[in-house]
Design a protein around this ligand. Structure first.
Ligand code: PLP
Length: 397
């Protein structure tokens, strides 16, 4: 197999189409799908040398594989990271990024608004192994300073946060991590790699659920962890290779195809989201509109500093509580009711009763997820069609 190299100075669009490509002797123009779990060697000596690392080459699907290798290289080029590991889901990526480096007695700090499964891992699973945690509100500067201490091994933040779109100042938290020798992990799902580069802002590790915009068409589950070569090779890979949360070859191949259009899709997602946010701004049926691209966002200054666009997710509160929220959802004619996000198809979610229901009423209240809150994942359909759908459903309540 031949590596089709591209010049280092290529921009991200070119990297998303061509980065990491391996070509077989057949000379295929589209990346091939290799549906195999293992590899054979010319000689016994060849096998021995591959295992000792004396010569490079694939050994076994759980260790490395052409489709995974292509995707990992393409994602690394996209993110400007030294290395990447892809996994079977966003949650396995998150769990591996933490668990590969934590041990009993360690302390973890995280933002208080998190995707519910990330919250579950930090507050329910890690404590079973003697790993303590502190949750900090996104904008609580003093809180972050007090929580991150020499005892802190990892800090996990999600910005914008799911579903309230609160922001964490990555450069600020990174400076606290650096001073305390803690590893900063950023869940960059909501911002997407094209709007925010956590590694450039000082993060040590960035993770994705590729299930969202990276696939972008609602077909596969997947995850990715990106960081420097030392962390990936010496800390993450031994954990992943022995515990086996790897991505399937088919999903890796599908994601290679998805990435070719990522820049086009994100551009359209964001244009549509901006138009919809503008159309909803000041609407009489809406009591609160949250979009990082609007100056009315409480942390707009942070958005301007670390994001190059407002993103593809809008949250809003509807007057009249859960009853009105459900009536609105049921009146939509185009937009799907679902709990997923980052899809070509626009999706509306009621987090309090679905994605975040497991947090319980008290926690939901604490982190500002009310019964009136809706999360809109804006797709790539025609913006005017979507606006007509939304305004029509608002008129129906
Ligand atoms: C969806 C999501 C995850 C989990 O990803 P899966 O692929 O569903 O496992 C983690 N973080 C955020 C912010 C998400 O939206």
């Amino acid at each position: 197999m031949k590596k089709k190299k591209i010049p280092d100075n290529c921009s991200v669009e070119t990297k998303l189409v061509r980065g990491g490509r391996l070509q077989s002797d057949a000379g295929e123009t589209s990346e091939a799908l290799f549906l195999n779990s293992s590899f054979s060697y010319e000689t016994a000596e060849d096998g021995e040398k591959r295992f000792s690392g004396e010569i490079e080459g694939f050994k076994y699907g759980r260790y490395s594989h052409p489709n995974l290798a292509m995707l990992e290289e393409r994602l690394s080029l996209m993110e400007g990271a030294e290395a990447c590991v892809v996994t079977g889901s966003g949650m396995s990526a998150m769990f591996a990024a933490l668990m590969c480096q934590l041990k009993t007695g360690d302390h973890v700090v995280a933002s208080s608004v998190l995707f519910s499964s990330c919250n579950y891992i930090i507050t329910q699973i890690l404590p079973r192994f003697g790993i303590s945690y502190t949750l900090v509100e996104t904008g609580d500067t003093e809180g972050w300073k007090q929580a991150i201490t020499a005892k802190t091994a990892c800090v996990f933040i999600e910005t914008p946060a799911n579903p309230t779109l609160e922001l964490v100042d990555i450069a600020f938290v990174s400076s606290l991590c650096e001073a305390n020798n803690a590893c900063l992990i950023v869940d960059n799902v909501f911002a997407t790699p094209l709007l925010q580069s956590p590694l450039k802002l000082g993060a040590d590790v960035v993770m994705y659920s590729t299930t969202k915009h990276l696939d972008g068409q609602g077909r596969t589950l997947g995850g990715a962890v990106l960081g420097n070569k030392k962390f990936i090779d010496e800390t993450l890979l031994p954990f992943v290779r022995h515990t086996g949360p790897h991505m399937s070859q088919f999903n890796a191949w599908l994601l290679l195809k998805s990435l070719e259009t990522l820049h086009l899709r994100i551009e359209r997602h964001c244009q549509n989201a901006e138009k919809i946010a503008a159309a909803l701004d000041g609407h009489q049926a809406i009591s609160r509109l949250i979009y990082p691209g609007l100056p009315s966002h409480p942390q707009y200054e942070i958005a301007k500093k670390q994001m190059s666009g407002g993103g593809a997710i809008i949250a809003f509160e509807i007057k009249g509580g859960k009853k009105s929220a459900f009536k609105f959802m049921n009146s939509l004619k185009i937009i799907d009711i679902s709990n997923n996000l980052g899809n070509a198809k626009s999706i509306i979610t009621h987090p309090a009763s679905t994605t975040h229901a497991s947090l319980g009423a008290e926690n939901l209240k604490k982190i500002g997820i009310s019964d009136s809150l809706l999360r809109l994942s804006v797709g790539i359909e025609n913006a005017d069609d979507l606006i007509r759908d939304i305004l029509g459903a608002l008129a129906a309540i």
